[in-house]
Design a protein. Structure first.
Length: 387
């Protein structure tokens, strides 16, 4: 059952009564941000997620890059700054931590340490590099009773929430296929799969549940990859391989999905996102900011006409739904609500871990030439460690 609207409004209106406070002794949550500007930025502005939130004080940031640390501390108003995230955790003992860097090679170590130190965590995606690291994060959250959310924010976009409800109510008929396209830019292939494909894997599960198996072909300059093709990329998201990826996922109820990333197809596919085909309607999700959702109307009942090629904007009213879905909120706000209500965040680490498992299944299937069944038995990265 969804949380009571009155309860949600009361909490949102007064975060000064923290989720850790008693009714008679309200307290302020101590927050911290961990980043690494020496290797990039604070992914998508995540250093600012605690700004202007009542009942939360940004006590410190950590960043090993001196210039970035100084700049970010000044911009956020953090009281203190540290070169070492370990020193920050030991000295500040925060209630909340944002692990803001995109560099997934550091995520598992930092996130598990934050959870063990008693902090709830909001992390940039991808959650980690492989299922084994994700398992460690989830186990730490369970052991220490903490909530971990990941910035797969499209899942909580109002139009996506409405579309999910419309699909559940049969507006598009039975869902049959999902076609996902990566950004297919200079990162086409393996980097596209991990950096941007993780969003698409998360959306596939949002609409169709857990996949059953994956088959795939991953090419590098026209030939099938081997483990020797593994390489590291700028964002340090773990090993990647190939400049073209063609993957197939089987979902329950006969639903089939594909993921494609090949630079030579970018001008033909024309968007990065997901196209859903049901027995009544097709829906296209273009992952801009915010996400653009359109649908192709079906012919009138009894008509022999083919569906039109015209795509119309999807709105809740087009699907006969209320104008605002019941769970509409920001991902960070939902994370704070989840702490308060002792539940999983909607953009949970569990969901993010499944997305990473789907990514690794692509490589396992491609390298073995056979289906990779879920859950994956081998939890380490199929590409191993690049030399």
């Amino acid at each position: 059952m969804p949380p009571s609207p009155l309860r949600r409004r009361s909490f949102l209106a007064s975060l000064a009564a923290s989720p850790f406070a008693t009714a008679s002794e309200p307290s302020t949550l101590r927050a911290a941000v961990i980043g690494h500007t020496g290797r990039g930025d604070y992914g998508h502005g995540l250093e600012r997620i605690f700004a202007d939130r009542q009942g939360i004080t940004l006590c410190a940031i950590a960043d090993p890059d001196p210039a970035g640390r100084s700049r970010t501390a000044a911009a956020t108003g953090a009281a203190r700054s540290y070169a070492s995230w370990r020193d920050l955790l030991a000295s500040e003992k925060p209630d909340l931590v944002c692990v803001a860097m995109r560099h997934a090679d550091q995520h598992a170590e930092i996130i598990t340490a934050c959870l063990a130190a008693g902090a709830h965590v909001y992390a940039e995606k991808p959650l980690a590099r492989d299922p084994a690291e994700c398992d460690a994060i989830l186990a730490a959250a369970e052991k220490h009773g903490k909530r971990c959310a990941v910035a797969h924010t499209t899942r909580l976009a109002p139009l996506i929430q409405s579309l999910q409800l419309a699909l559940q109510q049969g507006w598009a008929g039975e869902l049959v296929t999902m076609q996902a396209f990566g950004k297919q830019d200079q990162r086409a292939g393996g980097e596209d799969l991990m950096v941007l494909g993780s969003h698409l894997m998360d959306l596939m599960r949002c609409f169709a549940g857990n996949p059953l198996w994956c088959s795939a072909r991953v090419l590098t300059h026209g030939r099938d990859i081997t483990r020797n093709d593994a390489r590291l990329v700028r964002d340090h998201v773990g090993p990647v391989a190939g400049n073209e990826i063609f993957a197939h996922f089987a979902f329950p109820h006969g639903i089939n999905a594909t993921f494609t990333s090949a630079a030579r197809l970018r001008s033909i596919t024309g968007f990065w996102g997901l196209e859903l085909t049901g027995t009544k309607r097709s829906i296209r999700i273009e992952l801009d900011t915010p996400a653009l959702v359109r649908f192709r109307p079906s012919p009138p009942a009894g008509s022999s006409n083919a569906p039109t090629d015209t795509w119309e904007p999807f709105t809740p009213s087009a699907a006969g739904l209320p104008p605002q879905p019941p769970q509409t909120t920001h991902a960070v706000t939902d994370w704070l609500l989840a702490i308060h209500e002792n539940r999983e965040p909607i953009c949970s680490a569990h969901h993010a871990a499944h997305a990473i498992e789907m990514v690794c299944a692509v490589y396992q299937a491609a390298l073995t030439g056979s289906r990779a069944y879920f859950p994956l038995t081998e939890r380490s990265h199929p590409l191993g460690t690049p030399h």
